[in-house]
Design a protein around this ligand. Structure first.
Ligand SMILES: [Fe+2]
Ligand SMILES: [Fe+2]
Length: 168
């Protein structure tokens, strides 16, 4: 039983979860950039890699604001999403549908992040952590912009290309 736990504990645990997740994502993005067939896809993944570096630094600032050491906590959800991405890279290598598949796993990552940051912002607001809210909102805006760019890339290029000539 954990009857003494509060929203502050939830906030710290979730901060650790996304800190771990961002670090895993930082490692995965160059791999996705190498795998992507289109130049736009490669460039997009590399740009988001740089943004992710900045997001990790923002999280470290949030830890500092609440006076806690920046420490990650294993996030099985992101490990699962990234493992599925690896599976797509392996199973679709050399196929016309590879980029469509890569974009789909990148969007699963973004949606996980958007869910986490949305919650963290709501809790930071509730806890009166105004400076943390600003930092988390800056990152949420980047995650949402990335998600939208991925949708555009899928619709304009990767999905039509992925359809190939097999469909009658
Ligand atoms: Fe991120
Ligand atoms: Fe992201």
């Amino acid at each position: 039983m954990a009857t003494t736990k509060t929203l502050e504990d939830l906030f710290l645990d979730t901060l650790k979860d996304i800190y771990f997740a961002e670090k895993q994502i930082l490692k995965a993005l160059p791999k996705m950039a190498r795998a992507a067939q289109s130049e736009e896809g490669k460039a997009g993944f590399l740009q988001h890699r740089d943004e992710t570096q900045g997001q990790i630094e923002r999280l470290e600032q949030v830890f500092e604001l609440i006076g806690k050491p920046a420490r990650g906590k294993t996030c099985e959800a992101i490990q699962g999403i990234l493992a599925e991405g690896d599976e797509i890279i392996e199973e679709y290598k050399g196929s016309v549908a590879l980029d469509a598949g890569l974009i789909s796993s990148a969007q699963a990552v973004e949606h996980y992040e958007i869910a986490r940051y949305g919650t963290l912002i709501a809790w930071a607001n509730q806890l009166g952590l105004t400076d943390a809210v600003a930092l988390l909102e800056a990152t949420l805006a980047e995650e949402k912009a990335t998600d939208q760019k991925l949708t555009q890339l899928a619709e304009a290029q990767a999905n039509p290309k992925g359809k190939g000539t097999k469909a009658a």
